[in-house]
Design a protein around this ligand. Sequence first.
Ligand code: FES
Length: 234
Amino acid sequence: MTEETPKTPEPKKPEAAPQPPKAQEPAAGAGPKPAVPASPAAAKPVTPVVRPAVPVAKKPASAPAGKPAGPASPERRKFMMSWLSFAWIAFSAATVAALSTTLRFLFPNVLFEPKMAFKIGKPDEYDLGKVDTRWEDRYGVWIIRSPEGIYALSTVCTHLGCKPSWLENEQKFKCPCHGSGFYKSGINFEGPAPRPLERFAISLADDGQILVDKSLKFQYEKGEWTKPLALLPV
Ligand code: FES
């Protein structure tokens, strides 16, 4: 008789851990999926990802509301450029005007007049009995050579200051303003002129040229024509 070896009891298989009830998949289109509970194995520690801050571009203040800020259109840019050019030109002109006005005050009011004393060549350059008009525009004098000598007459009318003209055919000075007439000597004989033309000082310079000095005047009515410098004897 064989002894029956007692059977070692088979170790009991551990009962399977109770599975969590499976969530039923909702039918397609049946609404939002319900949140699936995280399994304990999936619950891993999550390392937070720190993302660098991205700068947000600000909209330009001038951009119109509701429109995206973008590059100006060519027409708009052209319009702005034309106005900028106009403003720049106006500013430059105003600056130049202001500067010139300021500079003007830095200079005194000076009236540039022809020289009062000047040389007019040698006596033999003047013909006897002739009225020489070559200096009337430059110096305002007529040079006359008479048998007594050479004298310098003023070209200013003694009425109201117009400039008479020498009329060779009529042998007189005639004022175009009010008709006064003067002889070759300067004596007035017609029109409203109240007195003869004036004479200037005349002399001979060291170099033999005639020197006229307009700063010295001689008036006939005062008896000054007889003074030495009123006539240059030749
Ligand atoms: S200004 Fe010469 S006549 Fe009057």
